[in-house]
Design a protein around this ligand. Sequence first.
Ligand code: SER
Length: 326
Amino acid sequence: MTEEMKKIMVTGSVGQIGSELTMLLRKKYGNDNVIATGHRTQPKPELKDSGPFEFINVAKKETIEEVVKKYDIDTVYHMSAILSAVGEKNPHLCWDVNMNGTKNLMDIAIEYEMGQIFIPSSIAAFGPETPIDNTPQETVLKPRTMYGVTKVAGELLCDYYVRRFGLDVRGCRYPGIISNETLPGGGTTDYAVAIYYEAVKNKKYTCFVREDTRLPMMYMPDCLKATIDLMEADFSKLKHYSDFNVTAMSFSAGELADSIKKHIPEFGCTFEPDFRQEIADSWPNSIDDTAAREEWGWEPDYDLEAMTKDMLDALSKRHAEGNLGI
Ligand code: SER
């Protein structure tokens, strides 16, 4: 199949990753070939006006099926999920959306003989018993959050579908993703985004994890690159499918604040941990992504310094235009 013939559906297209991924895919494959879908939240004009948009509920199979039939979808990027912090507030909803959403999509992919689907996992698949530094690809997966439970079960289910049904499903364990277009919703790593917005707007931020909390992170351009590169890899050469470790950088919340202070010297950050501290403490400091590098050539472009400069440039410009969005 040529790239031009792809008919792509993005779930969670109103969310942090989905919104930017949809616009990138539209540029790459043509506006009308990328169907954005969401659940209730109204899409921004940019998303709605540049191509098709449909509301679905991934936990309800028939709502996905309608869109797949209507547009003859052959490729899915499944970006909708309930993240870790919201998942702890509502574990049943988290299971329903994340597990049933994933299974429904894969069952539909088989039924409609789709080409490929992308189903992301997360560093939330790891838990307190996992080696915390340079976490290996193959390791203990005993998460303590419902989000993490759904991610581990999702990885296992994806691999099962590859082996049992020959489905082409791929995914990576995203670290915390930092971006400046759409705010993340309900994750533990959200502080690493909010800190930039507050630094630009108010020159101060109260961070909900401790200063020494260190987590693996990635800037959005690298997240999009990882997603597209993995989808473009030769499936027959992959040894892993849906559970690739990927990372770009690791920093503590204190180091993040310091990187902002280099540009905004008056920026002040205080640290007041809440329930998300325990979640952050159960995740690795850094992860080893050798398998992704070897199997499909993964290589990130941004480190903390480059990301901070880019984030502050983008957000300062928007703030000056009165368009920061918070
Ligand atoms: N960013 C996610 C969260 O914090 C992790 O995948 O829940």
